[in-house]
Design a protein around this ligand. Structure first.
Ligand code: PMP
Length: 415
């Protein structure tokens, strides 16, 4: 029995699928202690969009550390935070014409979601929130209450209330007009639906199985929210920071959410950080009404600012993400042409291959690991194999990974 088995909680999960001890990492590669190297199509579940130990971000961090600059500061003013905010305005908000106040919640996605839900309730004076089938928003109680996965919800140990699920785009295979049920409930005074404070939505559901909402569906949702004076929260924790191409995944839908949740890759280097973006008139917090000891993680501010400077001053990363996404799509389409019952999904570099039998998806992920490729499964039954390489992956590594993946599918589906 090694120390992981004897001491670490049973709650551990990824290490069960990938039973090696990782030690070093560079770009799109993870190196295990046993000398094996693994191509990473998982990218820290979206926290490593710029790859492992990105050299530009690393240098900025090393310089900051070497000069004994402030690391921990709660929400005090620091030079590192100022620089991050300036870059965020210059490269992200300004060019997109977005007017948001920036809240720093605790440094995880679920903290951002909690703050968004609390603020929506405070602003509107209402309690209930609309979420969507197969959503995932985090593991703290508020975020879990708007998440779909029944196993994870069960872990709460108390009733999860004040959330009403609605069908996500394509839930009924487009057999019904968009929002037929939701719109009817909102306009019928006998429906029993409490008027919601907010709707929370992912534009692509990562954990839910790479379910992509159409842009017109998102635009329709934004219209519906406006019409009924419901706040629109977009959870861009996993799909933001360029994962689908543009910095925010909702940009092509031409919507402006009232609140946006960001985390994962916003820190740039895999360091913990989260933001909640709030339209200025909604920023009604009292000082300290929502707080957290690690809001001022300056190491993250430094690598976050360096990432914005390096990758978001122009549209090169966005274009290359879209091009690489199409490269993956072509391979997934060709697999689908040869293997009956599999379905490619995704946008940008958030891709997935859905299998009719979840067991086969699991076997494919295991076969990929044997071929030294890291991919995880997602979806309510784990039926979707998820392909999320770093956005900075080289063409050569991308092709290499896709070859390993196609081979893994082939061995698991050959009759
Ligand atoms: N929202 C979304 C869309 C996510 O994908 C995740 C994490 N997978 C979270 C929220 C929660 O983030 P964290 O694990 O950092 O709390």
């Amino acid at each position: 029995m090694n120390i992981f088995h004897s001491l670490e909680s049973e709650v551990r999960s990824y290490c069960r699928s990938w039973p090696v001890v990782f030690d070093r990492a560079e770009g799109s590669w993870l190196y295990a202690e046993n000398g094996r190297k693994y191509l990473d199509f998982f990218a820290g579940a979206g926290a490593l969009n710029y790859g492992h130990n990105n050299p530009v971000l690393k240098q900025a961090l090393l310089d900051y550390l070497a000069a004994d600059r402030v690391i921990h500061s709660l929400d005090m003013h620091t030079a590192a935070k100022r620089e991050f905010l300036e870059k965020f305005e210059e490269f992200v908000l300004g060019p997109r014409g977005l007017d948001y106040k920036v809240q720093f919640p605790g440094p995880t996605g679920t903290n951002s979601v909690e703050s968004a839900l609390k603020l929506a309730r405070k602003v509107t004076g209402r309690e209930s929130v609309i979420n969507f089938t197969n959503a995932f928003h985090g593991m703290t109680l508020g975020a879990l209450s708007v998440s779909g996965d029944s196993m994870k919800r069960g872990g709460a140990g108390i009733p999860l209330v004040h959330a009403t699920p609605m069908p996500y785009d394509n839930y009924f295979d487009r057999r019904y007009p968009d929002f037929l049920y939701f719109e009817r409930l909102l306009s019928d005074s006998g429906s029993g639906l409490n008027k919601p404070a907010a709707v929370i939505v992912e534009s692509v559901q990562g954990e839910g199985g790479i379910n992509v909402a159409r842009f017109e569906w998102l635009a329709g949702l934004a219209d519906l929210c406006r019409k009924h004076e419901i706040l629109l929260i977009v959870d861009d924790v996993q799909m933001g920071c360029g994962r689908t191409g543009p910095f925010f995944s909702f940009e092509p839908a031409e919507i402006t959410p009232d609140i946006v949740c960001l985390s994962k890759s916003i820190g740039g280097y895999g360091l913990p950080m989260a933001l909640t973006l709030v339209r200025p008139h909604l920023d009604v917090w009292e000082p300290g009404e929502h707080n957290g000891t690690f809001r001022g993680n300056n190491a993250s501010f430094v690598t976050a600012a360096a990432a914005l400077d390096t990758y978001w001053a122009d549209d090169r990363l966005e274009k290359s993400t879209l091009a690489k996404g199409e490269q993956i799509e072509a391979v997934l389409e060709s697999i689908a042409g040869n293997v009956p019952g599999v379905l490619p999904r995704g946008r940008g570099l958030a891709r997935g291959l859905a299998f009719a039998d979840p067991a086969v998806a699991g076997q494919v992920a295991a076969a990929a690991f044997e071929r030294r490729l890291l991919v995880e499964t997602s979806g309510p039954s784990g039926e979707v194999v998820k392909l999320m390489p770093p956005l900075t992956i080289t063409d050569e590594d991308l092709e290499d990974g896709l070859t390993r993946f196609a081979d893994a599918v082939l061995v698991c589906t050959a009759v």
